[in-house]
Design a protein around this ligand. Sequence first.
Ligand code: PRX
Length: 678
Amino acid sequence: MSKDEQEERSRRVVYPVPSRLTNGDPAPYIGPDIEAYREAYEESVGEGSDEWWAEKARETLFWDRPFKTVRNGSFADGDIAWFLEGGLNATYNCVDRWAFSDPDRLAIIYEPDDPTSSPSPLTYTYAQLLHAVCSLANVLTSSKFRVTKGDTVAIYLPMTPHLLIAALACARIGAVHSIIFAGFSAEAVRERVRDCGSRVVITSDEGVRGGKVVATKRIVDEALGGCGGEDEEGVGVEACLVVRRTGGEVGWVEGRDWWWDEEVKKVPGYCPPTIMSSEDPLFILYTSGSTGKPKGVVHTTGGYLLCAALTLKYVFDVRPGDRFACMADVGWITGHTYILYGPLLNGIATLVFESTPVHPTPARYWETVARHGVTQIYCAPTAVRLLRRLGAKHVAPHDRSSLRVLGSVGEAINPEAWTWYYEEVGRGECAVVDTWWQTETGSIVITPFPGATPMKPGCATVPFFGHEPVILDAESGKELTGNSVEGVLALKTPWPSIARTIWQDHERYLETYMRPYPGLFYTGDGAARDEDGYIWIRGRIDDVINVSGHRLSTSEIESALNEHAGVAETAVIGTEDELTGQAVHAFVTLKPEFVFEPDNEDALVKELGLQVRKVIGPFAAPKQIYVVPDLPKTRSGKIMRRVARKIVAGEGDRLGDLSTMAEPEVLEAIKEKVAQRL
Ligand code: PRX
């Protein structure tokens, strides 16, 4: 069945709200039906919207200083601000509140890569977490690190509780954390550390994931010391704090490097929270855009925290005592909002998962659910597709009765994977929430509500409170009202967790999000509204591609390949992939002077793959690289990616209009090369 046919069919399949949720005790926050959602939603938009947000902000967060102004600014001016006079501290809201009222409550459950190992500690109560955060905060302000309010601190850590503690310690003292996903290469780390100007980096000796050791400290050393070649310069990092994860051998720079476990013993275990203005930056997180340079998306304190807390509460219907398992990495926005901030702001336990869905066996997720009594799981469709392929036999033996909500994020979930998730994992008793959002939105924007929204497989359904998504005609920018329409997705009203700027590049922020359709926030995604008013996300319509839920920019990969001495030109495309959603395919032409043995093409292709790993990281490596005599181009020299895409998709005989193509003869050579490699 084609993708379109699948979607057509699933548009008509509607799954009712599971009775497990509507009959739950207590009843769901929003339920028992779509009418209950509509009523609540209406209050959150339009005239009463400010009052709605203000009330939620007061009841959800603890403010050291109350706000008077709810919102200010506009998309057009790019000056959106929320809860302006308010003062608060993120960690007081995430940790102290619960540590004081209920110190033994579980805050963090650590599920280490090897499930039979027990690195200590495996759990943190809120009181223990407060102690750990405060101690580290005191280390950061000590004379070795001298971190003060407003400084940026780069964090390059694998998925252990230290990653959460490090981010919270920064927030405790008003430092801005910049977490760099621990799969990035030394060059990528260097670029990001340099861009955000961190003097301090927090890392670990090594990391472990899926049984493999990752040399985190070595990567940081390489990043900080310069990588040789033309640029021998370091990046101005003065101090590096190192977590002992494996005890493996590491290089050491005396006077710069310090062990975390030794330093925290030397400082007091309480540190008063620094009161921040609502609009002070909380963190920077790099993401890919449509140019080669990554964007440092900036989120501020009050608005971001409010949306993190509220979306977690309503989208997952969380209750006191819940154990929330988001399987993403804290190095991406999903982890920031739904491993770190969302769960802790709600005072529940968050699971820190260090492993992969298939390590040591494909039962790993479900063993984890059974072991800890996980109540909500949140993962990427790519994991669901992989586990589905490996078979329900890995799911069935494990007790999943604690689960109530199954979340999906990062890319569209195809109806088959959705149905497997719903039926095999959830036994038809759990709500599946297909949540659409972005690094820039900070929190979930379009989503079912578990106790209220009848579900359609593969459909993100309806807006979260306070959001007004609109579908536009891409060309005219005209809003397409009513049902059964398709176009580009934009958001009409500012919400508290919208990114405020791109670090050091506000112009790019305006250019990317605010100018394409003046007065609206442009998402870069295509979307449709079906006959029932449900929103379906169609995926990116810019040069961003999505591989296993990882957001990559084609031009970033092209720049990486272009750095290879032999490469003249490249065209990178994303194609549909059964397992990873999209896959990266790269077309490369070589410089005429580059001496290259045609018999040795495999070695060259391997080298080019390594080049991408070196510049970005292993997760960005192309699935296929084709060395071709020329790229398909228009007469004005524009690369025809559409043509390359069709050839890879096996539609080389249906290339459509080629009248603008400069040299149609190149097509045969390209087709031949693709046929050889696929
Ligand atoms: O294309 C959309 C896709 O992921 C993009 C955002 O990527 P990132 O900033 O890395 O954040 C990922 C986690 C929120 C979006 O522009 N995307 C995200 N969620 C979905 C999705 N596409 C379809 N359905 C989703 N539920």
